[in-house]
Design a protein around this ligand. Sequence first.
Ligand SMILES: C[S@@+](CC[C@H](N)C(=O)[O-])C[C@H]1O[C@@H](n2cnc3c(N)ncnc32)[C@H](O)[C@@H]1O
Length: 252
Amino acid sequence: MKDFYDQLAPFYHLIYEDWKAAIAWQAEYLKNIIQTEWGAPAKSVLDVSCGIGTQSLGLAERGFQVTASDLSPGAVARAQKEAESRNLRISFSVCDMRQLYSHHGGGFDVIISAGNSIPHLLSDSEILLALKEMFACLRPGGGCILTIRQYDQEARGKGILKPFGVREECDRRYVIFQVWDFEGEQYAFSMYFIEEDKRSGAIETHVMRSRYYAISPDHLLELMEQAGFDEVKRLDDDLSYPATLVGTKKNN
Ligand SMILES: C[S@@+](CC[C@H](N)C(=O)[O-])C[C@H]1O[C@@H](n2cnc3c(N)ncnc32)[C@H](O)[C@@H]1O
């Protein structure tokens, strides 16, 4: 899994039709949730699966004090470069979200794990472990936001094609898609980037493989409750958004 994201880091922005626009809309979406759920004083954010920075960069641009970590050193290195090129101060490090508290300590206002990261943990017990670590890192009264694919809407099966689109960058064209193979509630997937040099016509195919647990949003809400969160709820009511789950660490 770490290797998957290390290999993916240089291409990751291409998954989005417009990564810069995604950084902006996701930050506005998250900021709005933070202010509605936990009030304007919430300032410190711990992003526990920052990847190349899709959520961290936009939140830092909007004045949040962002601490960000991820399991993939390649993704973290790219996120760091992206922050430097935007003159943003974000504290980055490599950390497994199942070991957050010993690495980051406590006291954060908000914890996020966005962009379908949690389902890389392949069982309820692994997810519960990570959720308990997030809970420990929060200050009382703080909250957690998780975004995942709407797996309650996804068909199961083998050889399922998921097109991401065609992107043009410099002299290159990329055709991007995934193929999913379900085994029970988990699926193995291959991510393909077919890269064409438009001047020479040379083609190179990059393929990376990983695995997800297609946990339903309702079941993830149950696990959040088991981890100690209060007022757990699902906020998205629109298929164009990821499933967005929040929970609060009650004031003592
Ligand atoms: C689909 S990417 C999302 C990245 C970023 N949040 C975004 O939306 O662009 C999933 C991320 O989860 C990270 N990840 C997976 N398992 C992890 C773990 N156990 N601890 C920390 N990060 C993890 C991966 O390295 C990857 O960067």
